[in-house]
Design a protein. Structure first.
Length: 402
């Protein structure tokens, strides 16, 4: 296992506290491996194997298990006399798991860590049964920094700017970065993740019957990353393709994709009015490789996927990221965290004075003292222009300054 301190160290801060630790995220992003890393940390602290108890509920062993059976199976294996460190992986597969987790946490001396791959992990049932008793951690596929760490384990990394291209194309799912793997094999893995998520977490769970209709909505979203659109605009587009679909159905499909952590919704924020806007949102993918694996590689989408990578990095670092609306112009991201705020403009390359003015002038219209960045991938991606810092996207992703 290649250590992922970004998550492990954050989660370990809550070890031996009354809080249930809940790890969520898209399938195969590394949640189970992070649980294993936490177990190793516990052993380093002197916790014995007899005190560590692990279940993986997406195994056939637990197929059709009821909540009552789950409670009994776990209770019978708890350590007697000492605290049990309890790891429940993909727990959402058991209907009523919330009651079980609450009962175990209340009735026994346990320190509990659980994972899940859809938003039932953050549902109203959790709020009912676990209010004030849990802390949640969103797990993402590998960051660019983590990707480099994985790659350095089996080869030499000499140019991080060039490595950004590979990271963009192959994405950050850990399984494809444990050794050298051909591009086609990498995309096969990502397509398998996509298909299992769509059919297990979305189609089957939500009883979707019009699969072709659903897949067309997915393809529209995947092909329009970084563009503002609405359920209505998707509906109109599909109707133009002779595929009638109502706005409410589109909205429900988008929500299902979010619930499975395949996409993230990014709302617009009116900088002058200081309010979130409810129309014309953007959507970003949980991993850039999804677009290439599902739709095929298209160099015209590179700029949008670079934007996608920056958006995910902001989320990883605990920021809330929104699109900034400023009169008729738009800032790619306003990212806020506690008392911090940064403005970020992402562009692939700047080849003309007109393009340069467009990217920088937007930020110059914002009259506050928060940091402002223009992120690029060309050779001139460095320096400072009237207080706006220019950085190569790769350097920004590895930076400690934000």
């Amino acid at each position: 296992m290649i250590y992922r301190p970004l998550y492990v160290e954050k989660i370990m801060q809550f070890c031996d506290t009354p809080f249930i630790k809940i790890l969520t995220g898209v399938r195969r992003c590394g949640k189970s491996t992070i649980l294993a890393m936490i177990m190793d940390k516990l052993r380093q602290k002197g916790i014995t194997d007899a005190q560590i108890l692990s279940f993986r509920f997406d195994s056939m062993e637990y197929d059709d298990m009821t909540a009552k059976e789950m409670y009994t199976a776990v209770k019978e294996r708890l350590n007697s006399g000492k605290r049990t460190y309890l790891f429940l992986d993909e727990v959402q597969e058991i209907n009523g798991w919330e009651k079980v987790v609450n009962s175990l946490n209340t009735d026994f001396d346990v320190d509990m860590y659980i994972t899940g791959s859809n938003s039932r992990m953050m549902s109203s049932e959790i709020s009912t049964y676990l209010t004030g008793r849990y802390v949640s951690f969103r797990i993402f596929p590998l960051s660019f920094a983590e990707y480099l760490t994985f790659k350095k384990a089996y080869t030499t990394v000499s140019d991080i700017h060039k490595e950004l291209n590979a990271y963009l194309e192959y994405g950050g799912f850990p399984a494809i970065h444990l050794g050298k793997i051909a591009a086609q094999d990498a995309y096969t893995v990502v397509r398998d993740i996509y298909n299992s998520t769509v059919f297990s977490d979305i189609v089957r769970r939500n009883h979707i019957r019009k699969l072709d209709q659903f897949e067309r909505v997915v393809r529209f979203v995947f092909n329009n990353v970084g563009k503002t659109f609405s359920a209505s605009s998707i509906s109109k587009y599909l109707k133009s393709e002779k595929r009638a679909i109502d706005n409410e159905t589109v909205y429900n499909y988008l929500e299902m994709l979010e619930n499975a952590y395949l996409i993230y919704r990014c709302s617009r924020y009116d900088i002058n009015g200081k309010e979130l806007l409810k129309t014309q949102e953007k959507f970003y993918l949980a991993d850039s490789a999804f677009q290439y694996a599902v739709l095929g590689y298209d160099p015209k989408n590179t700029a949008a996927m670079l934007e996608n990578i920056v958006y995910l990095e902001l989320l990883r670092r605990g920021y809330t990221a929104n699109i900034g609306k400023l009169q008729e112009s738009e800032i790619d991201f306003i990212a806020s965290k506690e008392n911090e705020k940064i403005y970020v403009q992402v562009t692939k390359e700047i080849h003309s004075a007109q393009t340069e003015a467009r990217e920088y002038d937007k930020l110059l219209e914002i009259h506050d003292n928060y940091p402002k960045y223009v992120l690029r991938t060309d050779a001139f991606a460095k320096g400072n222009h009237r207080g706006i810092k220019t950085m190569h996207i790769a350097d920004f992703l590895l930076s400690d300054e934000f």
